[in-house]
Design a protein around this ligand. Structure first.
Ligand code: IPE
Ligand code: IPE
Ligand code: MG
Length: 254
């Protein structure tokens, strides 16, 4: 009864950071930040208001993840398929990294965060790339959490490019067909400097991967929530990790 009342008040049974086992914090958490548009619609606001609000969530969750000792945080910010959206929305999304970094870079630096990017730079506007390049450069010597933005990222394109690179290596005699193994494939992906995600979170109730890290997520634990990205809080992150800590990762063994 009291618990139900508590949940109604929003104080809920969501866990606290100190209820998590510190020795079993996922090394790499990947997030499909979804539901910005629906969050805005629900409030009678334009879709872009959802993206603006989602930007604040990125900052909060980055700081919380860093505090927990998560080492890599990959955030799916724009897919290779998102170019299909109306031009106004795409233009707005392309300005967000710049805005985000203008407001948050100092605090990220204070928190020892390293910014990185995973995606195809070619199609992106130069102002988007230069803002990110500047943040990457300014934070390259930081040793805390790696905040990896998946921007203009698509897993199938990434794998096709990797296959082409490997084929070239074979053609030029640097590699034999027999030598092509998982390590060679991983090394040729955009995520080559990161371990595979331990935990994937997707917000907004959609139960799909939407072309995100298909190779790398082979053995990741998946966690879905109905909460829209702008309303995702530290507590939801703790809840996801608490659930992760309850899972037995068998990798096909016993
Ligand atoms: C996620 O929110 C942000 C991006 C995909 C860029 P959406 O914009 O997909 O929001 P919904 O799914 O339409 O609610
Ligand atoms: C996935 O969300 C891409 C990002 C979160 C950047 P979408 O909203 O594009 O995915 P679908 O279209 O619902 O599959
Ligand atoms: Mg969506």
């Amino acid at each position: 009864m009291i618990k139900r009342l508590w949940a109604k008040l929003g104080k809920s049974s969501l866990p606290k950071a100190d209820s998590l086992a510190p020795e079993n914090i996922p090394l790499h958490v990947a997030i499909i930040m979804d539901g910005n548009g629906r969050w805005a619609k629900k409030r009678g606001l334009p879709r872009v208001a959802g993206h603006r609000s989602g930007m604040k969530t990125v900052k909060r969750i980055t700081i919380a993840a860093n505090r927990l000792g998560i080492k890599y945080l990959t955030m799916y910010a724009f897919s290779t398929e998102n170019w299909k959206r109306p031009k106004d929305e795409v233009d707005f999304l392309m300005k967000l990294p710049q805005q985000f970094l203008e407001i948050e870079l100092d605090e990220l630096i204070k928190n020892n965060v390293q910014v990185r990017m995973m995606g195809t730079r070619e199609k992106l506007p130069s102002h988007t790339v230069s803002a990110l390049e500047e943040a990457i450069k300014k934070t390259e010597n930081n040793t805390g959490l790696v905040l990896n933005f998946a921007l203009n990222y698509g897993s199938r394109l990434e794998m096709l490019e990797a296959v082409k690179e490997i084929a070239k290596d074979v053609q030029q005699g640097h590699l034999s067909v027999a030598e092509i193994d998982e390590t060679v494939m991983s090394r040729n992906l955009l995520s080559c400097e990161l371990p595979d995600p331990d935990l994937l979170i997707r917000t907004s109730g959609e139960l799909r991967l939407s072309n995100f890290m298909l190779w790398q997520l082979a053995y990741s634990e998946l966690w879905f929530t109905d909460v829209y990205w702008p309303e995702f809080t530290e507590k939801h992150l703790y809840e996801a990790i608490q659930e992760y800590q309850r899972r037995a990762r068998r990798y096909g063994g016993l």
